[in-house]
Design a protein around this ligand. Structure first.
Ligand SMILES: Nc1ncnc2c1ncn2[C@@H]1O[C@H](COP(=O)(O)OP(=O)(O)OP(=O)(O)O)[C@@H](O)[C@H]1O
Ligand SMILES: [Mg+2]
Length: 266
């Protein structure tokens, strides 16, 4: 029996599907996976039935950050060994446990999903949309860059959260990502997260710059979801393979993620 089937007494399909929040960036290493895990954990603590999807098919590592060992993953799904819902893995007890959520893991460490066809990617996108009917929130951690997996999966999203840091290279790549996703999904308005900021005010300045460039060149006004400050408790919780809210009851970064979620206006 699938994990989802086992828990389906707890996770009934809804008439309305959960909003899918795609977390993306141009530049790598800006904190997408950490932010996705933390957002999923915060949603769960707010009582939302939450699914976190590892959509970084080349270098899936959400399971590693969370310290879980999935029995099945998207690699097994794509090989036809299991159904999509059979790969759903509980984290912190899973949906139905206080503070728990579900994970759809990628193919960790194998690179098995690094060369999916457009058709296969669309199959995964449709599968995620179907699963979304069992949840209140779906968070989709994407790969860095603007390749076809990012562009196609962004199409399944209701919110595109573009993560950047204060570095000019990350900002330039965030602009490129917004430009490319806007061309393929014109109705998907981007939200921006400035991560690892020195201060809230410096992060806001960086966003203002990006906003101006998007307005001038794309006639588009991205919204600031929020600024997340650099916080030593983040690498500490990643090293401990424990979500930040489960390891530290309070921290600057956690406070910022909670207000960033409000900034997504879900
Ligand atoms: N707010 C923060 N404060 C301090 N360190 C952070 C913060 N956010 C992320 N980091 C650090 O950045 C590193 C990279 O984070 P993460 O793996 O989530 O990035 P990513 O964007 O998913 O990378 P990739 O593009 O390779 O998938 C983490 O190991 C973590 O230590
Ligand atoms: Mg990542």
């Amino acid at each position: 029996m699938s994990v989802l089937a086992k828990s389906s007494s707890r996770v009934h399909p809804r008439a309305i599907s959960a909003p899918v929040i795609a977390v993306a960036s141009g530049k790598g290493g800006v904190g997408k996976t950490w932010l996705s895990c933390t957002m999923a954990c915060v949603f769960a603590r707010q009582g939302k039935r939450t699914l976190l999807v590892d959509g970084d098919f080349g270098l899936a590592n959400v399971d590693v950050q969370l310290g879980v060992r999935p029995q099945a993953d998207l690699g097994a799904v794509m090989r036809g060994w299991v159904e999509l819902e059979d790969a759903v893995t509980p984290v912190l007890g899973g949906v139905g446990q206080s503070g728990g959520f579900d994970l759809l893991p990628g193919s960790s460490g194998s690179g098995a999903l690094s060369d999916l066809s457009q058709q296969e990617l669309m199959r995964i996108g449709i599968g995620i949309k179907k699963l979304a009917f069992h949840y209140d929130r779906v968070v989709l951690d994407l790969a860095a860059g603007v390749d076809k997996s990012v562009v196609l999966l962004a199409k399944t999203a209701d919110r595109l959260l573009v993560v950047t840091t204060e570095e000019p290279t990350a900002l330039a790549d965030a602009y490129a990502l917004i430009k490319v996703t806007q061309a393929s999904s014109p109705t998907l308005a981007p939200f921006v997260a400035v991560n690892m900021a020195d201060k809230r005010i410096s992060g806001k300045r960086v966003f203002d710059h990006l906003h101006k460039v998007c307005e001038n060149h794309l006639k588009l006004r991205p919204a600031l979801a929020g600024v997340v400050r650099r916080d030593a408790r983040v690498p500490d919780s990643i090293r401990a393979q424990t979500p930040l809210p489960a390891r530290h009851t309070s921290s600057d970064a956690l406070e910022d993620v909670i207000s960033l979620i409000e900034g997504l206006a879900l």
